[in-house]
Design a protein around this ligand. Sequence first.
Ligand code: F6R
Length: 609
Amino acid sequence: MCGIVGYVGGQRDATPVLLEGLRRLEYRGYDSAGIAVQNGRGLTTRKLAGRVQALADSLEALPVHGESGIAHTRWATHGAPNDRNAHPHLDCTGRFAVVHNGIIENADALRTLLERSGHRFTTETDSEVLAHLVEEAPGTTLEAKVLASLAHVQGTYGLVVISAQERHKLVVARRGSPVLLGIGDGEYLVASDASAILGHTRSVVYLNDGDVAVLTPDGYHVLDAEARVQVRAVDRIDWDVEAIELGGYPHFMLKEICEQPETVCSTLRGRLLSADGTARLNGLHLTAEDRAAIRRITIVACGTSWHAGLVGREILEELAGIPVQVEYASEYRYRPQLEGPATLTLAISQSGETADTLEAIRAAQAAGSCVRGIVNVVGSTIARQCPGGIYLHAGPEIGVASTKAFTSQIAALVLLGLYLGRHGKLSRAAGQDLVTRIAALPDLVRCALALEPQVRALAQELSGAQNFLYLGRGVNFPVALEGALKLKEISYIHAEGYPAAEMKHGPIALVDERMPVVFVAPGGHVYEKVLSNMQEVKARGGRIIAITSEGNGDLHGLADYQLRVPSCPEILSPILTVIPLQLLAYHIAVLRGCDVDRPRNLAKSVTVE
Ligand code: F6R
């Protein structure tokens, strides 16, 4: 959840490289930040509570320069977000500095032991034990000390250590928290996420769990826990720096909402086969026997990705006729695993790093299930844990609130439904018709985005509300959940999503003239039913905002406000109906003065349980 960056080179000042990396990583955690640089005379550290800009201001007022260094932006787990608890952490002598992502589970026990042998701790973090372990460890080189230290550690880490005594060296280690190496020309970088280093290199090495890497300006090598040299492939990042810049937009969230015609197109690109009315999904690596064995599908995911999974249930059941259950990964992983080879487990994750989803995958694999991923970030831990899957190709998602990943996840699930359906009950003619409709989606998304001026005006009307209810049915019930999640996470307004008919069983008690009720009601087989639910709200004085589709008439005059998206087949409609809800949440949050891209208490990828 935190961000790590490191630089070793000697050709230029490390500090601006580290600061730029921190700025790019700030979306991963933003309660404090710090750097430690080595300039041949030892280590200089600066760390502060608050945003990266506070650190940048401090470094401008009192500059530090170095030839190599490490840096960190934090999302607090152990210890309050204050100056002291910010990373890097130092040992007692100030010779070793460490930045760490993850959780050291035996930190308390290690701390007690280290304190007994005279170490003085200055923070409440679990990470500080790492610096003291390195100080205490035997060995003449930094890598020998780090390897010896890690033998005592239980838990997860992505970490980088720098020493005052070894001028041009970083030692990096990974277990359960992502870290990659950036390969430059006479310089090397480390980052928890490729966006931190994309301005310098596109060549990266993804470390495996258990790897320890040693970087100097002359090269790098990767070791296993027994210090044996390992060979790791160099991969190439295929997106540009522009993808991680605002490009004239005021916020990443708005940029990413507006990118959706292109990102949905990118998920579909090269995968629709119109002649056969099916999808090409070679990356799934499913054999004919694998497919024939599937009796059930279990989807595991968290948050917005879980909502996409709920949409996926409707899509897969309708197109492929296979029963689907959708599980919160955090709950699923602790339940008895009743899966087996007849269950296809699908893990959905934008970041590919969500700890609960990763553990749910491992639990399903241990139970013998066939597991595949639907993931955005190429080379991420979940992507590598799955023997196959569907990449979203939506480009980096920087805004903490997920938007473009959601529509691409649904597009990927539609492709999967088409693919499994055509190997099952879906006729070629029905498949061909669907392919034509799917191919039209990017243009329809563009039309839905044209609602923005109307949504902005509506946001003015509604930004003072204290509570919202979002209601939908069928494939649009998860869209109601997603609309409510978007609003609450970035505007801090309480919002609940509910199946529209279920409202009568309790939440209707909340409805009065102050309660905006957003109905997601495009055309489809439950449309008339949703209109009846609207009647029920109207009768109690609720203010109705209807997201409906073109050609649906005037909704019997029930809606106070209407936003019309283009009409399309019902199972595709969530890709369109969610767009005005994303825009509504965005504009309400902006009107309320909220930090849209960095909402309080949140971080982009949740790598802790
Ligand atoms: C909400 C949001 C989160 C994520 C969730 C799963 O806007 O972004 O709810 O969807 O943390 O993350 P991924 O998809 O990276 O596994």
